[in-house]
Write a protein that binds this ligand. Structure first.
Ligand SMILES: NC(=O)C1=CN([C@@H]2O[C@H](COP(=O)(O)OP(=O)(O)OC[C@H]3O[C@@H](n4cnc5c(N)ncnc54)[C@H](OP(=O)(O)O)[C@@H]3O)[C@@H](O)[C@H]2O)C=CC1
Ligand SMILES: CC(=O)N[C@@H](CCC(=O)OP(=O)(O)O)C(=O)O
Length: 317
């Protein structure tokens, strides 16, 4: 068994990753850290986890000595560099997978959105996991690259688990009740992330809603040549035909149906009258394909396992 450490395991994403790793045939938990839950059994906090691992809170300087084969950083943005430095200083060769935005713009790290980037995986030991909205946006837009005319507009709505556990307006259930909260309407980090990764400008307008998990992206694509619906569907179905975690459907997907699922749904394809404006809807569980499930795909790849090992495959609706 390969041993995986999770730094920041109290969080929403860390919790999902604990569940996935505990059920994985080739991985086991080396350690899970939380300052707040130190000493407590993981089984008291994670439904369905029956192991005997307890939360610990080692000094970051001591992490390289703990001997995990891979370390997952599930901390808020801005915390990763100091930890990476400890591994560099110790000459420790563990795989490091960072869930935050800290290394998504660093070309020396592999950017792991496997459906779009796995051909670029060449044994890198440093892996940056994409943002949740950024995953959905890239999968929704990628099949039309090359026939886009101008920026793509993306209207996003996320459940409040996307805002993490550190208290803020965006995860305050009182402020969110009966509400839709717009934020970062230009310049969100995922706008820059998607524009860079696709090599095409996108304009992203995020909102947070009262539900807990799951996000919707409605993408508005202006096209350089007219398309009919059969051509659009052929592009999407062809591109994702062999991808178990990307499903293409005719109807617009609903966020209420994606919570707890490991894949992304794409659908609701609608063309304007001249065939040169396309609207596409994507839904995704931000904590799963938007974070933990994608991290597991990347860890599987890093250790040469089947990319989908340990990922539950739901039946298509
Ligand atoms: N939530 C989501 O939908 C997604 C999140 N991500 C990214 O994944 C990472 C984790 O997200 P999420 O689980 O939501 O975050 P949470 O806020 O839920 O959890 C953060 C974790 O980090 C620890 N932590 C919090 N503040 C600090 C601090 N100042 N210094 C050190 N440790 C701290 C917490 O544990 P403790 O305080 O007990 O030590 C906790 O374990 C983030 O980088 C996020 O951007 C990526 C995609 C989707
Ligand atoms: C609702 C909400 O606040 N969502 C987060 C996105 C979560 C995520 O994927 O953020 P990272 O890029 O930090 O990993 C946000 O907009 O920043």
């Amino acid at each position: 068994m390969l041993r995986i450490g999770i730094v920041g395991a109290r969080g929403h994403v860390g919790g999902e990753l604990i569940r996935l790793l505990a059920a994985h045939p080739q991985f086991e938990l080396a350690y899970v850290t939380s300052r707040e839950l130190v000493g407590q059994p993981v089984s008291a906090h994670i439904d369905g986890y029956g192991g005997d691992v307890h939360y610990t809170s080692p000094a970051y300087e001591d992490l390289p000595e703990l001997g995990a084969d891979a370390v997952v950083l599930a901390l808020p943005n801005g915390k990763a560099a100091h930890i990476v430095q400890q591994f560099d200083d110790a000459g420790a060769d563990a795989v490091i997978l960072d869930l935050s935005a800290d290394y998504r713009f660093d070309p020396s790290w592999y950017y792991g959105l496997p459906e779009l980037t796995r051909a670029q995986y060449a044994g890198q030991r440093r892996i940056s996991n994409p943002g949740c909205y950024a995953t959905a946006m890239q999968l929704a837009i990628a099949p039309m690259l090359g026939v886009l005319d101008g920026p793509v507009q993306c209207f996003g709505v996320s459940g409040y688990s996307g805002a993490g556990t550190t208290p803020s307006d965006k995860n305050n259930v009182e402020l969110l009740r009966d509400n839709l909260m717009p934020y970062a309407l230009t310049g969100h980090v995922h706008e820059r992330e998607v524009s860079k990764q696709l090599g095409h400008p996108i304009e992203f307008m995020p909102h947070v809603a009262p539900h807990f998990r799951g996000l919707t992206i409605t993408a508005n694509l202006h096209l350089s040549i007219p398309f009919d619906m059969d051509e659009v569907l052929a592009r999407y179905r062809g591109r994702y035909a062999d991808e178990p975690l990307v499903r293409v459907q005719d109807d617009a997907p609903w966020v209420s149906r994606i919570a707890g699922a490991h894949h992304v749904d794409l659908g609701g394809f609608t063309l304007g009258g001249d065939g040169k404006r396309l609207v596409v809807v994507a839904t995704e569980d931000n904590l799963l394909k938007g974070a933990a499930t994608q991290a597991l795909q990347n860890l599987n790849m890093a250790f040469g396992f089947d990319e989908f090992a340990g990922i539950p495959m739901e039946d298509a609706a």
